[in-house]
Structure formats: structure tokens, C-alpha cells
Design a protein around this ligand. Sequence first.
Ligand code: GLC
Length: 411
Amino acid sequence: MRVVYLNPCGQLGGAEFSLLDMLSSVRAAEPSWELFLVLGEDGPLVDKAEAAGVRVIVAPFSRSLARLGDSGNGLFGALWSSFTALAGTLRYAVRLRRTLTQLQPDIVHTNGFKMHVLGAWAHPKNAPVIWHVRDYVSTRPLMSRLLRLHANRCAAVIGNSKSVARDVQSVCGPELETLCIYNAVDLKRYSPGGEKMDLDSLAGLGPAPEGTVRIGLAATMARWKGHAVFLRALARLPGDVPYRAYVIGGAIYQTENSQRTLRELREMAAELGIAERVGFTGFLADTSGAIRALDILVHASTEPEPFGRVIAEGMACGRAVIASAAGGAAELITEGEDALAHQPGDDAALAARIMDLARDPELRARLGRAGRKTAERRFDQSRLAEELVPLYRRLTGHLTPEHQAHLAVTP
Ligand code: GLC
């Protein structure tokens, strides 16, 4: 079997780490399969995918196509920029079709909105396309239209949570087969034991006194990831709480108007009077050592989070996690048992949850132990291939005798 994956960017955000997990899982389960990855941008993802045994082809997007997005511009803005990006997009689609014709895939698996549409245009007729949707579509005017328009060219859609699967189905209609495959994490790398990063020196701060509670938000800089809510919640903590906070991450995407800058966040921390207590690490390619160095991991997205890898990573590292419980993120935790929760955007509630944990090391330890158990049960990488391989085989008609026998007895 030959599977070609398509991904718009070459950076390392949640969607790309999830893609890498899939590649490693499928590679381990089916060593004889040929896996290719076509990227719309060069970047650190190339080496990581090659190290996972995948052949990578970089076919760069034009600048206008790379910057195109629904964020911030509204439908008209999006349509206008898409109009200006149209010529480049068409040229790209023709080139992609040529690449795919040469590669002769059995399956084309797309990971990211632009590649869903481009893959639908450019895939060879006999190679079914699977869209792996990792964000809500219904709130994006341009993408909703485009996906609905191309749904009949897609064989199946995977959502990274039930909530995302329902959302994409509401846009594309019930005829399109839609399933949910939760992400996984590398449970060896994201584990309670192992090296802890020195977050203070990484952020250019002096060493913190003994007994300091370390609180972190690890996220891309997308506006809806809730950096402002995090900072406002910290500013609400009583003065006697011995904490230090860390913003872990950097601006990695090219999509226009979609991200906060570190400068903006530093200014916000200064205005809130907490500048000396907040450190900024910048982008980290591997966050496991940073998450392990925290006592409390905060997830603060202001909109329903499609999945929220960082929640699974924090639980896998045995940390006390506070999640913004809406969308897919709410499906990952059992509140009070393996994590705490607050409503998206509610900085007062977030501050209260931080206080519960900052004052109670026992509670932190109990949630951490339970979180690790949940991660082992639900987020093991090997599950990805167990779910993907039968899907690929079914869509291509490549069923082995064992699979056929299995299907025959499964209701
Ligand atoms: C996207 C989603 C995020 C998810 C990631 C991996 O980045 O916004 O919630 O964790 O994809 O599926």
C-alpha cells in the first residue's frame, strides 16, 4: 500500500505533531508500506518525518496561498484574498496533480484545510481522499463553503474529536462518512519521569526560590489559545501565592492576522503588574521537559478546542492540568478525577482553579497519577494504526483474508 499524506505547513504545531504520531504508528504497524508526505512549506517537520521513515517532498505554496485564511478578515476579506490567491492556487493544484500522478498513491490523506481542498482537486481518480479535520469548520465562512462544495470528492472524513466530527458533518452532510479518531501522544517521551527543563534560565529569569509553584501555558500563539485569559487569571491570584508562570510557545504559522506576538503578551503582563512573575520561553520543538518542569499546566482556549493535544501531553506527564472544557477538550478529561476545568474565557474561574491546586500539593499529585492512567488507556500511539489501517484497506478494497474474516464476524 502506498499512502500519500498532504500537509500545508512545515512547522511543528499540534496538527503536525499529530501527523507525525500517525506516520510513526502506521510505519511501525505496516513496515512494508510506502509512506510519502507532500508539504506546502519547508521547515522542521521535514527532518522529523524523514526520521519516522517517510519520504518527504516539499512543494512550496505561493506567499499569497500560505497567508490565506479565514481568521480576522470575515467572509469578504477571505474571499478577496482568495481571489487574489486564486491564480497561484490553480497553478499549485496543477503541480500537485502532476506530483500525485507520479507517486501513484493508493490513498491520499490530507491534514489541514488548504490541503483538503487541493487534495480533492488533485488526487488521481483511483486514489480515495481522506480529510483529517482538526479544527471547527462551521465557524469559518470560506472553508465551510469550500468543503461543502468538494465533499463529493472525498471518501471519508476523520475528526480529531467527536465534537469536530459532528461539526464537519453539519457542514458536509450525512452522506459523507465521518469518523472520530482521537490523537495520541508519545507516552515514552511524555512521561512523568525524565529530564526537566530549566524554565527560568530559558526565559531569562533568575532562579526561583524554594517552594515556588510553577504554572505554565503551552500553546501556539493563535489568538484563541487564551494567553490573555491566562495572564488575567494570574493577575487575580492573591499576592502571597508563591508562583512563577511561563508562556511556552512562539508564533509559527504564516496565516494572516491569526496570532499574538510575544511583545504584545509582555506588554499585557506589564500592564497587569505581573511582568516579573511571567517568563517567556519562545518556541520549543519538544515540550515534554518543559511540561514536566511545571506543577500546574493550564489550557485556556477561549473557543471550543477541537482536541487540545497539550491536555493529553500534560496528563501523560503526570501533571495537574486545568482545561478549558468545551469542544473536543471536554471529551478528554473527567473533571475532578484526572484534571480540573473552567469555562472558556472565564479568568476568575481559572484563577480559582489555579488557587485550588497551588495550595494543595496532594490534589496535584492525585490528578497527575490519574491523568497518566487516562493517557495510557486512551492516548497510546499504537491505537492510531489500529484505527487507520483498516480504514485505508476498506477504502481501497485491499482487504487481507484475515481482515475479511474479521469483518465477516463483526456485526
Ligand atoms: C489543531 C487543533 C488542536 C488539536 C491539533 C491536533 O491544531 O486546534 O485542538 O490538538 O489540531 O489534532
